[in-house]
Ligand binder design. Structure first.
Ligand SMILES: [Zn+2]
Ligand SMILES: [Zn+2]
Ligand SMILES: [Zn+2]
Length: 166
């Protein structure tokens, strides 16, 4: 018997594409109650759900969506069951390795750019000497051996044809 988590290639493409397109804002059905942020993605239904509507999916394959610096992230260990996330930069949040769904839109970078104009004080922001860059979007990566900053970047550069993402 095959591992129960293995998905056929064809299906894999659909759920990845759905996951990357899904916006994990508040749930349309429960926006008036507390904790209605969508924080679960169901791989069988290809949609995101909040904690109030995830019950019918308890037997489905699901991914928990977390927020890390306001970005959507998933746990490396959970995602690894369904998608090979090697070469993607991981971060540590609450002692768990996490992976970004999409490239970060980082407010930090804007700040860096601004502070470059204060260079006369000799505190020029030098680009870090360590790390690498994402092969798809060029974002700085902490670890040199990584090639991508996010799932989306890996998917767009590798064999998963995803159309109309974002
Ligand atoms: Zn809901
Ligand atoms: Zn489901
Ligand atoms: Zn990237």
């Amino acid at each position: 018997m095959m591992g129960q988590n293995r998905l056929p290639e064809e299906k894999k493409r659909y759920w990845l594409s759905a996951l990357l397109k899904c916006s994990f804002g508040s749930c349309e059905y429960h926006k008036d109650i507390k904790f209605s942020e969508k924080n679960v993605f169901c791989l069988d239904c290809l949609d995101g759900f909040c904690r109030h509507c995830k019950e019918p999916h308890s037997l489905h394959r699901r991914l928990k969506i977390y927020k890390y610096s306001y970005q959507d992230v998933v746990r490396h260990s959970e995602l690894q069951n369904y998608f090979d996330c090697s070469s993607i930069q991981t971060y540590v949040s609450n002692n768990e390795k996490i992976v970004h769904l999409r490239p970060r839109t980082s407010p930090k970078e804007f700040k860096l750019r601004k502070s470059e104009s204060n260079a006369k004080e000799g505190r020029k922001a030098t680009p870090p000497k360590w790390g690498g860059a994402c092969e798809e979007c060029g974002k700085h990566l902490q670890d040199l051996h990584n090639r991508f900053c996010s799932i989306l970047c890996k998917v767009s550069l590798t064999a998963y044809p995803i159309s109309n993402v974002l």
